[in-house]
Write a protein that binds this ligand. Sequence first.
Ligand SMILES: [Zn+2]
Ligand SMILES: [Zn+2]
Length: 167
Amino acid sequence: MSESTSPNDFAKPESITGGCLCGSIRYRANFPKDHDFLKMSGSCQCTQCRKNTGALIFMAHTVALKDFTYLAPTTTLKNFNATPGIQRGFCTNCGSYLYWRDESRDDLELAVGTVDAELLSEFGFALANASGNNVWCQNEIKGVTDGIVGKERGVKWATSSEEGTRM
Ligand SMILES: [Zn+2]
Ligand SMILES: [Zn+2]
């Protein structure tokens, strides 16, 4: 096993499993051979994501809907729409936040903190390297979150990647 982990050399999963804190919601995400683990890994520091996750940075990994399946009935899964057309999926039993999704797109932004612990330990870099789009960086907390993403790799956007400006 390699001691170092770098953008050029890291372990890539073929699939991952995860779920909410209480275990009611369980999912599997498969990654096609050409999945770009660097580009698909990003973060958000908008106020909505902060309120929603309770964390200063929402670390996300983009997964295609066709590659995302639930492993158990999703009776406790609910979507909250803070913005029309944007879903934030969570478990109504334990409160875990699972994904952010633009309803017009065929993918979702998986909350990487919900990935099963042993897989996160093994493939955490592949899932959360932040080499893709890191958005709403104008909200960075000086001395706390400003050194976490987009320093040496990835793209920092002041607001969203669609209407924002690069920082
Ligand atoms: Zn739950
Ligand atoms: Zn956000």
